[in-house]
Structures are given as structure tokens and as C-alpha cells.
Design a protein around this ligand. Structure first.
Ligand SMILES: Cc1ncc(COP(=O)(O)O)c(C=O)c1O
Ligand SMILES: N[C@@H](CCCC[NH3+])C(=O)O
Length: 416
């Protein structure tokens, strides 16, 4: 489902022209498509039909309440990594019984709140975390359901910053350590062992690393069973990649089919934590060209969005497609570096792009629905962008553009 198409040379989001949305809500703005979010989530549901499963959307990819609400209505569970994400899910109407809590640094307060909400499962990332959780649960006279995040030491073949399943990464426990953590968990009265979990990295474009990880997890499941520790679910994390440029990731259906084939008829509920593969291509970042600055070295198109709005190009050298909103622009055709107003040389959204642009034109960055707004900041005291949800021929503002008052909230000058 491609939500952003041209009609009469004008880029549209579902039934609406991007130019009209930008006119109404200003730029820079994130524009999401409800239909695209739903279609991607349903791909997972269809691929998993007939199997006991839970699809826990990874909130970090795009945590806007409207996005969470749309997915919650379809029955989604949620993968969270902080108290803030937990409260977002609850505020959006998500079901706490479908929350899994990942993350290497859970605090006692976050644990206590998650226990009060009776979330599905804590994905434990270390032996000390198990001890702390057991204490927090015991003090509340409660039992915490856990799975252990295993670091299977497989190469996800993705950017090193978003690879998480190698021995050198900070996430999870090694296969060897996992046995000890499970044995200890099984003897703690305030802990109930329910599952096993891994997440080997993000933007994976091949199935084989997932299957390698799954094999290592299944071997552990068998070893645990032989010791009388029976697991009920297997959580393979997120990580399925998307096409930003010319990547050819497997489809959701291919990926899930391969996992189901490897699992065979084991009585394990399958849990997934997809983020990017649901949200990335359901969103655009729309920006306006303020100046054209051709120099001897480079042609710069200075736009009103910057690295604080979308940091992926600066942080991971990520390539995002940049499209003209108006294909009939009468601007200057050249190879442009599309850069923002932030005072950093690394502040670029894309380099060497063939575009026809004039000051005042709009450009749209594709693949911006995941790890776009959620990674944005106020660097250079820039208010964060507005977020818009398009639903057919309706555009809803789902996060207001920040104002100066938002920038200084909580700050104070010293007393006289
Ligand atoms: C534990 C965990 N689960 C799920 C995800 C979501 O990953 P992705 O957006 O690649 O699907 C992440 C982020 O990579 C993660 O760290
Ligand atoms: N933030 C990363 C994805 C990593 C997710 C964290 N586990 C990105 O934009 O590609």
C-alpha cells in the first residue's frame, strides 16, 4: 500500500494534497497515513493467522498517541523501553496485558508501575535486573512474568549503531549466561518464567540472521525444558528492514513464513516487536525550501527542517528519498545538497539530489514515519515540528508545533 502518490504532478497523502496540508499546518511537519499504518500491521496479522501470536509494536519507532491509538484498535500489543512509553500506551488506550517491557536500564519505579498495570512480560536484560525485579515484586506481594533477552551473537549485517545481537553489544545475556539466569529465575517466588526473547538489530534486509538467532533460542528452549523450565512464548524482537533506496528486504509474509517453518509444531506463542517495518513508510517529513545557495563546490538547498527534526542522515549516514511535492516546479534543476539551518556541518537531509527547486517549494522526505519525530530534539532552540495524521480526505493535527513557551518550560533564572 503506497499512501503517498502523485496526482496532477502534486504529491498527495491518501486523498489530500501535501501542499494543502503544509499550507494549513505549516512546515516542517510530519505527515502520517492511517491507511498505511493499518495495512502494514495487518500484513503481520495475516502472516500470523492460525498461530498463537502477539504483535507488540515497538513504540520507540513512532510514539505519537494517534499512531498508538490506531494500532491499539487493531489489537496491537506494545514493546516499550521506558516509563514514558508505558504511559503513552496507556494514555492511547493500549491494553497493558499486551505490553512487553524491554530495555537494559529499567528503574525500580518503572518496574513497580509495570507490575501495577499487570503488563504481559518483562524482557530481562541482565542477572542484576532479575534480582532487582524480584525484590520490587516481592515488596508488592506480586509475581513478575519474565522472559530473558538472549544475545545470540549473530551478525545482523546492518549499520553497527543499530546492530544489537552481537556479543560486544550491551543488550541481553549470552547463551551461556542465560541458563544460569533462568535457573535463578525459576527459584525466585516473585518471578514467573514465561518466555524467551531476542532482538538482534534493526533494518535487517535478509532472513538468515533471524533464523540463525531463532535456532539458538530454540536450542535453549529445549535445554530449559530438559531441566523442567517450560516456556510459553518466544519473542523474536523487531528488526525487519524496509526499502529506503534500493534495499530488497523480505516481505513480512516471507519473513514470518520462514520463522513459522523453523518453529514447526512447537507449542510456543510467537511474539514480534516490529517498529520500522510498520511505521517508516507510513510517514513523510515535509519541509520548505528557504534559500538556494549554489557555490563552486556544492549547490545547497536550505530548507526549514534540520537534523534536530530528522537525525538519521547525520547519525547513521542514512539515505532517505527526497521528493518534490510539485513535479511541475519551475525552479532550478541541479544536483542539490538539501541542508537545514542548524549550525553543524553534519546538518543535512540528503546530498547530491537531482531536483528542480525554487525558494518556497516544498520537499518531502520519504521513510520518515519511524525514528523521525521520536529522535527529534530542540537543538539550536528549534521548536519541534507538527505531526499530522491523514485519514482518507481528513487531516488531523496529532501534535501541535512547539512554541517558544514549550522550549523554556521548567527553566528558571537564578533568584535576584
Ligand atoms: C528491543 C527492541 N525491540 C524492537 C525494536 C524495533 O526494531 P525495528 O524498528 O527495527 O523493528 C527495537 C529497536 O531496534 C528494540 O531495541
Ligand atoms: N534509531 C534507529 C533504529 C534503532 C532502534 C533501536 N533499537 C534508526 O533510526 O534506524
Amino acid at each position: 500500500m503506497e499512501p503517498f502518490n502523485y496526482r496532477d504532478n502534486q504529491l498527495c497523502a491518501e486523498e489530500l494534497q501535501i501542499a494543502a496540508i503544509a499550507q494549513r499546518f505549516g512546515t516542517p511537519c510530519y505527515i502520517y497515513s492511517r491507511a498505511a499504518l493499518e495495512a502494514r500491521f495487518k500484513e503481520y496479522q495475516d502472516a500470523l493467522s492460525g498461530a498463537e501470536h502477539l504483535i507488540c509494536y515497538a513504540v520507540k519507532a513512532n510514539s505519537n498517541l494517534a499512531v498508538l491509538d490506531i494500532l491499539a484498535r487493531l489489537g496491537a500489543g506494545f514493546d516499550i523501553v521506558s516509563g514514558g512509553e508505558m504511559e503513552r500506551v496507556i494514555t492511547a488506550g493500549g491494553d497493558p496485558a499486551k505490553i512487553v517491557f524491554s530495555g537494559v536500564g529499567k528503574t525500580p519505579a518503572e518496574m513497580a508501575r509495570a507490575l501495577d498495570l499487570d503488563i504481559a512480560c518483562f524482557n530481562l536484560e541482565s542477572a542484576p535486573e532479575l534480582e532487582l525485579l524480584a525484590r520490587v515484586a516481592a515488596e508488592k506481594n506480586m509475581v513478575a512474568r519474565v522472559s530473558v533477552r538472549v544475545n545470540p551473537d549473530v551478525d545482523a549485517q546492518t549499520h553497527p549503531y543499530i546492530s544489537t545481537g552481537l556479543r560486544e553489544n550491551k543488550f541481553g545475556v549470552t547463551v551461556e549466561e542465560a541458563m544460569a539466569v533462568y535457573r535463578r529465575a525459576a527459584e525466585l517466588p516473585s518471578i514467573e518464567v514465561v518466555g524467551i526473547d531476542c532482538h538482534i538489530g534493526s533494518q535487517l534486509t535478509q532472513i538468515s540472521p533471524f533464523i540463525d538467532a531463532l535456532k539458538r533460542l530454540l536450542a535453549l528452549v529445549d535445554e530449559l525444558a530438559s531441566e523442567g523450565i517450560t516456556l510459553h512464548h518466544l519473542d523474536l524482537g523487531g528488526g525487519l528492514g524496509v526499502c529506503y533506496k534500493d534495499e530488497q528486504p523480505p516481505s513480512v509474509a516471507e519473513y514470518i513464513a520462514a520463522v513459522r517453518a523453523e518453529l514447526g509444531d512447537r507449542p510456543l506463542k510467537l511474539v514480534f516487536e516490529p517498529g520500522r517495518s510498520i511505521a517508516a513508510n507510513a510517514g513523510l517529513l515535509v519541509t520548505r525550501v528557504n534559500y538556494l545557495k549554489p557555490t563552486a563546490e556544492h549547490n545547497f538547498a536550505l530548507v526549514d527542517a534540520a537534523m534536530n527534526d530528522m537525525i538519521r542522515p547525520a547519525l547513521y549516514q542514512a539515505w532517505l528519498d527526497i521528493r518534490q511535492v510539485d513535479l511541475a516546479s519551475e525552479g532550478q534543476t541541479a544536483t542539490w545538497d538539501v541542508v537545514g539551518p542548524v549550525c553543524e556541518t553534519g546538518d543535512f537531509l540528503g546530498k547530491n539530489r537531482e531536483l528542480t527547486v525554487a525558494p518556497g517549494d516544498l520537499l518531502a522526505l520519504s521513510g520518515a514515519g519511524a525514528y523521525g519525530f521520536t529522535m527529534s530534539s530542540n537543538y539550536n532552540s528549534r521548536p519541534r515540528a507538527a505531526e499530522i495524521m491523514v485519514d482518507g480526505d481528513q487531516a488531523h493535527i496529532v501534535r501541535a508545533r512547539e512554541e517558544f513557551e514549550d522550549l523554556i518550560r521548567g527553566e528558571a533564572r537564578l533568584p535576584d
